[in-house]
Write a protein that binds this ligand. Sequence first.
Ligand code: CA
Length: 228
Amino acid sequence: MKVLLVEDEKRMAQALCGILSIEKYEVDYYADGADGLCAIESGIYDIAILDVMLPGIDGFEIVRKARKKGVRTPILMLTAKAELDDKVNGLDGGADDYLTKPFMTKELLARLRALCRRGSNMLDGVLTFGDISLDANRSTLFCTVTGQSVLLSEKEYRILEYLIGNCGQILTREQLAVKIWGLENEAEYNNVEVYMSFTRKKMKFVGAKAEIKAIRGVGYELRYDDVQ
Ligand code: CA
């Protein structure tokens, strides 16, 4: 998950960068509004965290300009208490959520996870993540870059749906087994591996760059690395 952070208060920015990297987010940080706008317009970020009061261009302006250019990156605004009235302004301008300073780390991380899920948005029964989209109505996997699609079995569909809904997190074999098969039976864990390999083959077949990474001894995570 690539996160863009635009925040001019140095201590706050450093603290946030630290927290986010511990949580395995890859953070790029800018202190100036104009640099922040340039960065978000690159479209490479999965989430953007924008402070409101910034030198150069303020956070609201960044949101408005980026949205006007068609940037769909989920945006979380950070507002000081005194600016709380401005939150409507921010949300109207196209921000997805806001957080009032000071905030708890736990709260920030929860909001980011929610935005991450929203970023992999469900529109008209279509779930998207990176270069793949999942059509619930037709049970198909589609690669938005190659234009290739493939029919999924019910289990494959549910595995991808679960992974997309929890992007940015590692799902354990146990979680997957319980979620997809509804059993806490040890024997079912093999099914997870078998279906995971079916699902991966189909992702390869459509030419998707998004991939299911196996984290040894832990579980699986859906990843999309644009720059390669
Ligand atoms: Ca500020």
